[in-house]
Design a protein around this ligand. Structure first.
Ligand code: ATP
Length: 338
């Protein structure tokens, strides 16, 4: 029997709706080609939703996503903190996986980079334990043993499947919470003797990412450090427009491009859809693993290859990569390759 995956879709703001529509058309081609089907359900969220309904995140959003196979999310604008943070926290999407890889055909300041940032997604400085008065403001940086252990487990499992090298990024010489993060990570690391584990202060990691990113394989870090380092990794490998990500929980996942709503180019039809397409490849791979559907994993590979080959074999480039092509030019090429 054909497996049907229900995909909760948040098409977001800015360039979100245009890249989401284009991407859903590509996903439809894949589901026609392979023996699974996809059903899409929009969860109207973000700036437009706030304006039209009074709510940035509808009250049934969490329930609807839990009922679905997974969620595909485009970027949200000004209301991101009211949508993304509750989704990550209430769905317990504790692991944010952000691969950054140089793509042949995309100009970048380094070649041969292939790393993944495993970012803790539910606490740290983004926990929203905060306050402000007229004279001062505070954010509490909470790091728990439970959240650190589970993110380190994910990072170790990932490193094991990759080049078996894991860097723990922290600032333990200054912050107690980082010292705790580092110590818990090192305790978990004892179970993974086959992995080469090292640690690095976050400021040095930021520097090393620019001067010698090839040294990294898997990096594990806390919430805000991961947020910053992954945008930096995007800059090192090419463009924010090409980096995908996955937010993983125990039984649920949400896939989204790393970039934001890019209001400066919204509506012009020139957004680069690569990041959301590669996020869909991660999504199909995850669905294939979770439901043991090999065809979904093949579709993921097919989609990823089409994107990579488009860069390798054509000159189709959106303006963020110095080209003159439109989102639709890129999507047409991907579709014809599929
Ligand atoms: P956020 O804080 O929500 O992540 P941001 O402030 O980092 O957002 P973005 O919206 O990601 O900012 O945009 C940063 C720059 O990158 C902008 O100039 C934008 O046009 C460009 N950009 C981001 N995504 C894309 C894309 N998919 N295609 C082309 N350009 C993009």
């Amino acid at each position: 029997m054909t497996k049907t995956f229900d995909i909760a879709v948040i098409s977001g703001d800015g360039i979100g709706p245009e890249i989401t529509t284009a991407t859903i058309n590509v996903l439809k081609i894949l589901s026609d080609k392979y023996s699974f089907s996809l059903r899409f359900k929009e969860i109207f969220s973000g700036d437009r939703a706030l304006k039209e309904t009074g709510y940035a995140l509808p009250s049934n959003a969490i329930k609807e996503i839990k009922k679905s196979s997974c969620c595909l999310k485009a970027p949200i604008g000004e209301t991101a903190k009211d949508v993304v943070l509750p989704l990550r926290q209430e769905l317990n999407l504790f692991a944010n996986i952000r691969p950054a890889k140089t793509i042949s055909g995309i100009p970048s300041i380094h070649s041969g980079v292939d790393l993944v940032i495993v970012r803790e997604n539910t606490e740290g400085l983004y926990k929203k334990i905060d306050d402000r008065t007229k004279e001062c403001a505070i954010n509490v940086r909470m790091i728990t043993k439970e959240a650190t252990e589970r993110i380190m487990m994910v990072a170790c499992e990932m490193a094991k499947e990759r080049r078996k090298k894991l860097t723990i990024v922290h600032k333990a010489n200054v912050m107690k919470s980082c010292e705790f993060f580092r110590d818990v990570c090192l305790e978990v690391a004892k179970k993974f003797s086959e992995i080469d584990i090292n640690e690095m202060y976050v400021d040095n990691a930021a520097y090393q990412l620019v001067i010698n990113p090839q040294q990294f394989d898997t990096l594990v870090t806390s919430n805000m450090f991961g947020d910053i380092l992954s945008d930096e990794a995007a800059g090192v490998t090419g463009s924010l427009g090409v980096l995908p990500s996955a937010n993983l929980g125990h039984d649920i996942a949400m896939f989204e491009p790393v970039h934001g709503a890019a209001f400066d180019i919204a509506g012009e039809g020139i957004a680069n859809p690569t990041a959301i397409l590669l996020s869909c490849a991660m999504m199909l791979n995850w669905l294939g693993d979770k439901y043991s559907i090999d065809e979904a994993k093949q579709a993921a590979k097919d989609l990823e290859n089409s994107v990579l080959k488009t860069y390798e074999e054509t000159n189709i480039r959106t303006p963020d990569l110095g080209g003159k092509n439109t989102t639709n030019d890129f999507i047409k090429e991907i579709s014809s390759r599929l």
